[in-house]
Structure formats: C-alpha cells, structure tokens
Design a protein around this ligand. Sequence first.
Ligand code: MCA
Ligand code: AMP
Length: 506
Amino acid sequence: MPFLCNLYQLLRERFLADPDAPWLLLPDGRELSYTQADAASARYAGALQHLGVTAGERVLAQVDKSPEALILYLAVLRLGAAYVPLNTAYTAAEVAYFLEDARPVLFVARAGNQDEFAAAAESVAAKLVTLDSAGAGTLPELARATEAVVEIAAVGADAIAAIVYTSGTTGRAKGAMLSHANLASNALTLQTLWGFRADDVLLHALPVYHVHGLFVAVHCAMLAGSPMLFLSKFDALEVLAQLGKATVMMGVPTFYTRLLELADFDRTACARMRLFISGSAPLRTETWQAFFERTGHQILERYGMSEAGMITSNPLAGERLPGSVGFALPGVTVRVSGEDHQPLPAGEIGMLELTGPNVFKGYWQMPDKTAAEFSDDGFFVSGDLAVMDQSGRVRIVGRDKDLVISGGLNVYPREIEQAIDALPGVLESAVIGVPHADLGEGLVAVICAPAETAPDEASVINALKVTLAGFKIPRRVFRVDALPRNTMGKVQKNVLRETYAGAFTD
Ligand code: MCA
Ligand code: AMP
C-alpha cells in the first residue's frame, strides 16, 4: 500500500489511541505522556519554523540523548523537514564536514559547544541554536516563546524525513536519504513482526543518532503507544537495575556481553522480559548460548543497515538460530548473488542484495555513488557477504567492504589511514579490526615507518584524537618495515588480521 503522508501523522494516529499513556519513563521517576510529546513537538516545530526551517530543508543536530532530543526529531518530521543526526562523539573537525556537506538551515548543538561551531555554521549560513542534556538551551527557550505549529506538513511518499551519515570506503561520509515512506514501512513491519503492544515497556539504552536507537526502537514503541524506559546511555548496572520494569530491550552485542559479566544478571532479573533483540554487528554464537543458559531467553538477532533500516529478522514465534539473522522482512526481497548480480544456489556464499519499500532514496548529492551501489535491476548491493538456505534463512558470513564494527559503531579504515598517513614519520598505514571481547572488533593500526622516525603508539593515538571521534581511534598501533601486499600491490588485510588476531585477546 503506497504511503502518502507524514511519518509523524502515522505515529500520532497510533499513539493517540491512548493519549494519556506514558511515552517516556525516566530513571529519576519523571514521566512524560504521549499527549505531552505531541504538544512539545508542536512547540518545537514553532521554534524551528521561526528559525526558517521549512519542508524539504535540513536540520543538523549533534545533541545529547534526552527527551527533548526526541521532541526535536518529532518536530522536524512534523514540519516535513529532514532530520540529520550526528554522533555526539564527532569532533569539531568532523562536524565542520557535515555542515559543509548537508548545508542545513539550522544546526542544533550542545550548549557549551556552540562557540566551537559558530564560524563553521556561519560559513554555510546555518543558524545555530543549543540544546543540552537537561533539555535547556536557546532552542527550548525559543520554543516557549513562539507559537506552536500544530499542523502536520503533508508530504509526498518520497519526501526525505532523515539523512543518516554513514562512512564510505573512500573515507568521505555519505548521507543516506530516508523517506517518510521508507521509515514508515519498516516501522509498521517491525511493530507487527516483533509483536509490540501498548502494554510493552521498551528499555531504551541506545544512542538516538543512529537508525537502531532512533528509528527501530522509537518507532516500534510509538506505533504501539507503549512507554520507553529512557536511559541516557548504556550502563550495564543501570540496565540491570531497570530491567524488572521492562518487557523488551534492543541492543548491540556489546550490551549483551556486558550484561553477562554481571553475576546478578539472571532469570530473576529478566522475569518480566519477553524479548531481547540484537543487531548492528554480529552476535557471537557463544554469547547467544551463554545468554540462553543464564536467562532462558533466546536473543532475537536481526540485520540491517542505515541505507535500508531493517532487512532480515529471526522470527518472534518460530525458531531463532544463533549465527543466523533470520528471514527477509515481509515486503523485502533479499537475494545472495554472484558478481553478475544473478542469484546463487542456496548454500553458496555471495553478496547480499535487496529491494523493498525500506530501501533509501540515494546518497545526498552523490548520484554517482548511489548508482554504483544498485544493480541494473534495482537491487541495493549491501557489501555484506551472506549465505541463504533453501528456506530463505540468511547468515551473514563476512563483508566485502573494508569496514570495522566496534561496539556497534562503524569505522571505515580508509578515513583513519588517511589521518595516520598524514602524521610525520609515517610512510603508509593499514587499519584493521580484530577480535575484541567487549567491542566485537577492536581497531588496530599497522604503520609502515622507519624505526628511527616512527611515532610511538601514544603519539599516534593522541594525534588522531584531535580530529577523530574516540570510537575511531585505534587501541593498538604496531610498526612494520613494510605492509604485506599481493601481486597486484594491494595491501593484504587478511594477512594483517591473522598476524594481529591476538592483539586484544592474548
Ligand atoms: C565508546 N568508545 C568506543 C566505543 N564507544 N570505542 C570503540 N567502539 C565503541 N563503540 C570509547 C570512547 O571514545 C572512550 O574512549 C571510551 O570508549 C569510553 O567511552 P564511553 O562513552 O564511556 O563508552 P561506553 O559507554 O562504554 O560505550 C560503548 C557502547 C556504545 C555502549 C558500546 O558505543 C554504544 O552505545 N554503542 C551502540 C552504537 C549503536 O547504536 N549502533 C547502531 C548503529 P576514551 O576513553 O579514549 O576517551 S545503526 C546500525 O548499525 C544498523 C542500522 C543496524 O543494523 O542497527
Ligand atoms: P550501518 O552502516 O551503521 O548502518 O551498519 C550496517 C552494517 O552493520 C551492515 O552492512 C552489516 O555489515 C552490519 N550489521 C548490522 N546488523 C548485523 C548483524 N545482525 N550481523 C552482522 N552484521 C550486521
């Protein structure tokens, strides 16, 4: 069924079935109802409109997780503008790139950071307002002083609701444009598939600047009109303390390995829970098994990416298998193909490709890159290597793209290598991901530099921290005289991954 209205309209129609139901439950005991969410988003929409935000324009936001951060997102949807969330770990240098690329009319920064960004915002004629973790700042002040915008902008099915930046193999981040229809179709499918109901309570400990925490989690809860137990970040002890009030949790595998480290995390702690969902990175079979033995719960693993939201999922009712990401979502077609984009027989490893109403509208202002990632018959090429069995069950077995996923966050080695190569004394470098008990993969940099001039590990790390977000900083740096290369001259990262496999585990 074609979707021809604003995503916010859809959410609102659903959650207003019980307007007084709680929307957010905060750890300090405060509660916000769905009616309050709706009214607050209208007030924020008033402030945004006053600042010049109109349908089709972009609002860039680097804000801490708070109820107001979600209200900002809902207000942007309400106006038919596009929300562009940024990881709070990004440095000023990284944010300057996003400002330049996204060309927003408005940049919402954390209070205290605004001076750092003033010049960059001004250079692209973006207005700058602030919002801090306690919900204070110049944006909420303005929202109190301006008239609310109650109407919800009517938008076409292809109107862009959000642009989510994902790094690229060239080292330059690309903005994946997601339409209202993309987000709505995925949300409706997941709410049904995972059985979200008004009496669920979603424990929300994910960040709200990525698809997982912002779209998958928030949309499922809001469509069902269920409350979110809204934690400012993942802290295993805090999650354990709150778990008795929740029925569903979504997390990256690191959440689950950290919970398993707590002796008190057991069946009793999970007594009210009906579902644990994992994604964003591979969940190790040992983790799945240990979790099952400890809690009696089979973690439901699903697979997705920024460009398409969720793509496959293990079933709620059927068999959930460790090491498998389940089946294509209803309405989504997944195939495992060879280099010619032709489907391979069941059981063979190939490229996972997909098509469906969830697939994005392209990379912001990069038509060539967009075209390069689609087959002639319109399938999006994921870059993930997979195998599918006769029944359509999918396993992700590797990546064709040079990507490391650390604690659920993506790092494209090229970007880090470019920064390392620019350091004095370094000839070239290779960045790889190797097994890390906590993060899944940990970053290792191998630098090729003469022993006499090579910077030591600490100076490489400190130099990178100036411009790159913390999660992109290699945790170990090794020096070599030469990087291993194949006959074509290409650096053999598989050889490096073997050599340094024990960097974090030995
Ligand atoms: C923080 N640090 C990290 C990471 N996070 N290092 C490597 N990998 C990370 N993921 C570093 C910080 O820079 C800092 O370094 C130190 O660790 C402590 O920082 P802190 O913020 O206290 O870390 P934490 O609270 O322990 O965070 C780890 C975390 C967090 C809980 C795993 O990264 C997290 O919430 N990850 C979830 C990410 C997510 O939502 N991904 C979904 C993407 P220093 O001490 O040197 O300063 S969406 C997606 O992938 C698709 C669509 C999908 O399928 O879902
Ligand atoms: P992002 O670019 O942040 O959207 O990350 C998407 C990537 O995360 C995918 O292309 C996969 O490589 C990876 N990913 C997400 N979920 C899973 C999963 N359940 N198992 C393995 N990899 C996953």
